[in-house]
Design a protein around this ligand. Structure first.
Ligand SMILES: [Mg+2]
Length: 334
């Protein structure tokens, strides 16, 4: 009871928005790649523009520039047009077609003052065109502008993956991450547990205490996830009152204590708008899907079937689906 009271106080006092779990990847340090065949330009830009917050990487030709860009994924590329071998236009076309570089900005730097070259560079997707010999303060200002655009694009892409109510990842974030996690598991044979979690009888909360109370419960559960999951775990709001969690490098035996702490914490939470009404969650988890282990959908389906069985068995429990037939493989974890 005492613990429940403490949690209730924490929930009611904390009006801060939840930490946006997927927005903290934005770098306070940025990488710029200079692709130019002139060592003089490399020396000049490194000396006069590189700072602690801005690392300038160097490539002396287009081929090397593309390879480095795909590996570093810089915020900005300064690209010379006139280079031996692959010229700047060819390099620009390839950079623009690389899915890894969709947010990377490109400024063409060229000795050519020809309008056709400028138009071609901008039409191919460069954000700016600066002629050599350049004025350093002007180049710096144009670079700052391109870096701001990159930061905004990154922020937009990240925001598109954050759930507005809870600040944790949304469905689109989960869909993207599960693809990566399942591929990683196949490549490395590392453990992976997928958990689907659903709030028990959530409709009762909404119907009895109103939608604001329902929202408070969804936010509160996300907050418990943020507090009790490990750094390597990824929790997302899958939709409505359903959450999906990826527990990386974790088999179900190790996932169960982690999730059971969440289950118990939730059971003990007293909610400010309905302290007399306890909220619980059911979990369905799996570390082997019942279908194709390479297919993320089969992982979700197996965990979902276990969740359904947990609900059917009385809710507020964790069920495991191990991929070899639901009825025989289920066990009550708590
Ligand atoms: Mg050149």
């Amino acid at each position: 009871m005492e613990r429940g009271h403490r949690v209730s106080k924490e929930l009611s006092n904390n009006t801060k928005p939840l930490r946006p779990a997927v927005t903290d990847r934005i770098a306070d340090h940025q990488d710029v790649l200079l692709v130019d065949d002139s060592t003089f330009i490399h020396d000049l830009i490194k000396r006069r523009i590189g700072t602690e917050a801005l690392t300038i990487h160097s490539a002396m030709d287009g081929e090397r520039g593309i390879a480095m860009a795909e590996s570093i994924r810089p915020a900005l590329i300064l690209l010379d047009l006139n280079m031996p071998g692959m010229d700047g236009f060819q390099a620009l076309r390839r950079l623009m077609n690389s899915p890894k570089l969709s947010d990377t900005q490109v400024i063409v730097i060229s000795a050519s003052d020809d309008t056709e070259d400028k138009v071609a560079g901008l039409e191919l997707g460069a954000c700016d065109y600066v002629t050599k010999p350049f004025n350093l303060p002007e180049l710096r200002a144009r670079m700052r502008s391109a870096l701001r655009t990159h930061e905004l694009l990154t922020l937009l892409a990240e925001r598109a993956q954050v759930d507005g109510l809870t600040g944790i990842g949304n469905r689109s974030c989960f869909d993207e991450r599960i693809d990566e996690e399942v591929s990683h598991r196949i490549r490395t044979d590392a453990d992976l547990t997928i958990a689907m979690c659903d709030i028990d009888l959530f409709k009762q909360v909404n119907d009895t205490y109103g939608h604001a109370a329902g929202d408070e419960v969804i936010r509160g559960i996300a907050k418990i996830f943020n507090r009790l999951l490990r750094k390597s775990d990824i929790a997302c709001r899958y939709g409505g009152e359903e959450f999906a969690i990826m527990l990386r490098d974790t088999c179900v035996q190790r996932a169960i204590p982690v999730l059971d702490r969440i289950r118990k914490q939730l059971e003990q939470t007293r909610w400010p708008s309905h302290p007399e009404h306890t909220v619980t969650c059911s979990f369905g988890i799996c570390d082997h899907p019942s279908g194709d282990a390479k297919n993320p959908t089969d992982w979700i389906k197996t965990a979902d079937e276990a969740l359904y069985a947990a609900k059917h068995a009385g809710r507020n429990r964790i069920y495991v689906g191990n991929g070899s037939g639901m009825q025989s493989s289920l066990k009550i974890a708590s």
